[in-house]
Design a protein. Sequence first.
Length: 106
Amino acid sequence: MTYSILDFSLNNTDFTEKYCENKDKPILKCNGKCALAKIAKAAENQNPDKDISIEKEIVLFFQPIEIIEFKLFIAIKNNIQTKCKLHNFNSFGNNFHPPQNFFSFS
C-alpha cells in the first residue's frame, strides 16, 4: 500500500498509464485516483484486524532563561590625523611618458 501511494505521488503519469481504468474517459480527470482507491481497499481487506496504533511521546525540555546584560558603547571620534589626509592624489594630471629607446636598430 505504501509503495502504491509513493508511486502515485512521484510518478503520477506512469501510475495512471499502468493502473487507471478510465484512460478512455479523460473528461473524468481521475489521473489514477480510481486505481489508487481500489488498491487501498484491497490492502485494507487483506489486513482488517490489523490495528493501527500511533504512539505519541511528548518530550518537554526546561532551560532557564539567562539574563544577558548589554552595555551601550558609543565611539567618540577625536581629531585623529591619518596619512590619507597628508597625501594629495591628482588623477587628472598628464603623467604619461612614452618609453625611451635604448637600442636602435637602424
